[in-house]
Design a protein around this ligand. Structure first.
Ligand SMILES: [Zn+2]
Length: 486
């Protein structure tokens, strides 16, 4: 090559490189600084309200700790998201619809961008409605449900008022010692008769602890706490949104209202942060992951009895300590594109009630006598089956995905099994993914098809309300929605 030609070519390449650099710069606008704000709002009902969570409700006589809606708002300069976790057993779909409408009116955050879930504390009043197991996708709200919807909206508004520049990080912590699969295979002939009078169950929920008849658990646990942390740039924490797959802990005082371990965890994590009491205060959230078949009872080696709140505090403080330690290792980012998808799945049906089951329910209904026992349990299930047979025509099953940078959350409105959450984590197009259950509604337990074949409490008509393919259909929908946000 002649020297002149070489120079010309070199100049041309230099020019091309500079054009490409300019184009690249114009095509990728500088990502905007993320902003975050977090706040709480009180949901505690008056004393005398019925506490739900057991088979029969009873009146509250003492508030041990306040029930809260814990709210986090994120803003990437274009899109805003709100994440709300409520100290409730669950909430009816209509409460979520009303709350999200109020949020949109008050803050402009679109209803589809607001995620609302219940923790599943068993020491709270009902936001499910007057008949918790009426199988209706729409219902008129009672006074407490209206109050809850209003307070959720107030909490999101508070959080939006506190939006300030923020960095975001994702992290995980392992806490396998607090989670146990509660569905067990048992020795031949030792699984009791169902409330429907059949001997078809192959597994037993909450079997007798330490029993020689225990064979092995029927499913896995998910020991990972996933969390999303927000902090002022280089400074103190604003909020940590976490999810752990643990049903609840329990062990409250008689007649007590309490947020269970979820509330104690949030307080414990706050205490570990320097300056957490500053104004505005640090707000932690603990959502329920996928714990439909996972609780805190060690069936193989039962723990000795403990005073009220002792075990709850043990779990909460241990998990908070692990998350706090993991926070020291996370990588912070200034920007994170936000997105949301919300859908109501009409191809997920209510569970079909077979004619034989309906005939049994008609026969067994209203035969409850004496204390809660076998006959009474049959009567309770007869009522549930009869109501399930008259479910609303549509389920309007709500599912949602949120994207926060490289993080994806998928939600279900059911007590979802651990293996469903593990599957979502594995198949999601986002490497940092996790599920939150009991969001936007309460549609009962959602065993996977494999578990329907095994039977047990969670699969009984009335504890389960949706068809056996519901978990498959929901995971497929969530993966599609996650793919769209990619
Ligand atoms: Zn439950």
């Amino acid at each position: 090559m002649k020297p002149l030609e070489a120079l010309r070519r070199w100049l041309w390449l230099l020019c091309l490189a500079s054009v490409l650099a300019t184009t690249a710069h114009a095509a990728a606008p500088q990502p905007k600084q993320l902003r975050a704000g977090a706040a709480t709002c009180n949901l505690t009902p008056p004393l005398g309200s019925d506490i739900i969570g057991g088979f029969l409700p009873f009146p509250a006589t003492h508030v041990h700790d306040e029930l809260l809606a814990r709210c986090l708002v994120l803003d990437d300069g274009t899109t805003r998201l709100a994440l709300v976790v409520c100290d409730l057993l669950g909430l009816h779909r209509s409460v979520s619809v009303e709350a999200r409408k109020l949020v949109e009116e008050a803050t402009g955050i679109p209803a589809a961008n607001v995620m609302i879930s219940g923790t599943h504390t068993h020491s709270a009043a009902s936001a499910l409605g007057d008949h918790p197991r009426g199988y209706f996708s729409d219902r008129d709200l009672n006074d407490y449900q209206r109050f809850v919807a209003r307070r959720i909206a107030d909490g999101v508004r508070n959080a939006a008022n506190l939006l300030r520049p923020a960095q975001v990080a994702f992290g995980t912590a392992e806490a396998p010692e607090h989670v146990f699969n509660r569905r067990w295979f048992m020795k031949e002939g030792t699984v009791p008769v169902t409330p429907f009078g059949t001997k078809t169950d192959k597994v037993k929920m909450n079997p007798p602890g330490g029993s020689a008849d225990l064979v092995e658990p029927a499913g896995p646990t998910d020991p990972t706490v996933s969390f999303i942390a927000l902090r002022e740039p280089g400074g103190r924490l604003i909020s940590v949104f976490s999810a752990y797959s643990l049903h609840y802990v329990g062990g409250v005082g008689g007649g007590h209202i309490s947020a269970d371990y979820y509330g104690i965890y949030c307080e414990a994590l706050k205490k570990l942060q320097p300056g957490a009491e500053n104004d505005p205060p640090f707000v932690a959230l603990m959502a329920n992951g996928t714990s439909g078949d996972v609780n805190n009872i060690n069936f193989r080696t039962p723990r000795p009895g403990q005073p009220p709140y002792a075990q709850m505090r043990h779990v909460a403080e241990d998990v908070a300590g692990k998350v706090h330690a993991a926070l020291a290792k996370v990588k912070w980012q200034d920007a994170a594109p936000l997105a949301a998808r919300y859908r109501e799945l009409e191809h997920v049906a209510w569970r079909k009630i077979e004619p034989e089951l309906l005939a049994w329910a008609k026969e067994a209904d209203g035969k409850a006598t004496g204390p809660l026992g076998k006959a009474n349990l049959s009567a309770i299930y007869a009522g549930r089956v009869l109501r399930l047979a008259q479910a609303s025509p549509q389920t309007k099953t709500p599912v949602q995905t949120l994207r926060i940078g490289d993080i994806c959350i998928g939600t279900t409105p059911c007590e979802t099994f651990a293996e469903t959450g593990l599957e979502f984590k594995k198949r999601s197009p986002f490497a940092q993914s996790f599920m939150v259950e009991l969001a936007h509604g309460y549609y009962g337990y959602m065993p996977t098809p494999r578990h329907f074949a095994l039977g047990g409490y969670e699969t009984w008509a009335g504890t389960n309300a949706l068809e056996p393919q519901a978990s498959v259909k929901m995971v497929e929908a969530l993966l599609e929605m996650a793919g769209e946000m990619r």
